[in-house]
Design a protein around this ligand. Structure first.
Ligand code: PLP
Length: 310
């Protein structure tokens, strides 16, 4: 990587409760419900550095911050840190760090103090960003395992919100996949149907048509998923079918990929050791990647108003 901007964690500037502080000072107390019970909610947002434009472009900032408001509402915090309150500190934190590479931005709203697991406040806010290049899987594809861990049910934890505590579920599936020699996992829901991967949504192609589990499959209502549905339908003339997906259908797929802010569009080349289609990255997936990356890096016109320049 060749960009300027902070090279090491020690050089980062972090937004913490109204102030811009050095990385070493961005701390949370061990007594806090955030640490004790995972009482926090967050967003993962990508900033794409455009070399051609010489500027940083944040993808769907407003949509991420609206989802963060919803997460706080569901988790019952004593006050909601709004999208309007967070937008400027995010931009200012980005300016102060002066990144010139792709980054991953993470605003977190969490419970400070020393309360029980049901404490509603005091509410703390942090915003961090770190350099984050494309995952290697974007080019090579990844090998997925259907996990024996089940996706949390919406009757157990609110699956639609990005609550920190939810991520122990993804963690178990990712750990198992890695221990068993796979790159990642596909997690089934409590009805035994495909839900999502650890922090990414799942698409497959069957009989030439993109298919993805519906939003009532215990998935996170992913912003990338919505983006992909729009790009497939509008730009690639391949409307997505949103429906339940059975496990055995995975082995019949012609193509498959994960999508998410972190995973972008990452092809799946095998599932449970069986090749997906030919075992190579599929043609529609490659076309979609090209449309997606041109959009997020500002190569194509941002007609939908999804890019915020820092
Ligand atoms: C559990 C989970 N599913 C799916 C996704 C993909 O969501 P998005 O596209 O909004 O990043 C994420 C976040 O990256 C996630 O944490």
């Amino acid at each position: 990587m060749t960009g300027k901007g902070p090279r090491d964690y020690e050089d980062l500037i972090v937004y913490m409760n109204g102030e811009y502080v050095p990385w070493a000072d961005a701390t949370v107390h061990v007594f806090s419900p955030a640490v004790k019970y995972g009482a926090g909610v967050f967003e993962g947002i990508r900033g794409y550095w455009s070399e051609a434009r010489g500027e940083m472009l944040i993808f769907r900032l407003e949509d991420h911050l609206k989802r963060l408001e919803y997460s706080q509402k569901v988790m019952g915090f004593e006050r909601i840190v709004t999208a309007d309150e967070l937008a400027e500190p995010i931009l200012e934190m980005m300016r102060r760090n002066a990144f010139t590479e792709h980054v991953h931005i993470r605003p977190t709203v969490f419970v400070e103090g020393d309360g029980e697991s049901s404490a509603k406040g005091p509410v703390g806010v942090s915003i961090t960003a770190v350099r984050r290049p494309k995952k290697a899987f974007v080019e090579t594809g990844c090998r997925a395992q259907v996990s024996s861990w089940q996706r949390i049910a919406d009757t157990a934890m609110p699956t639609r919100v990005k609550a920190n505590a939810n991520y122990n579920n993804s963690r178990m599936a990712a750990l198992q996949a890695s221990k068993d020699g796979y790159d990642t996992a596909i997690i089934l829901n409590s009805r035994g149907q495909v839900s999502e991967g650890p922090a990414m949504c799942f698409f497959m192609v069957r009989d030439g048509r993109p298919v993805t589990p519906s939003i009532t499959s215990n998935i996170l209502e992913s912003i990338t998923r919505a983006t992909i549905i729009e790009l497939l339908g509008n730009d690639l003339d391949a409307a997505t079918v949103e429906r339940d997906v059975d496990r055995s259908e995975l082995y019949a797929a012609e193509e498959a990929f994960f999508c998410g802010t972190a995973w972008e569009v990452s092809p799946v080349v095998s599932i449970d050791g069986m090749p997906v289609g030919t075992g190579e990255v599929g043609a529609l997936t490659r076309k979609l990647q090209s449309v997606y990356f041109d959009l997020v890096t500002g190569v194509t016109n941002d007609d939908r108003g999804w890019l915020t320049a820092v």
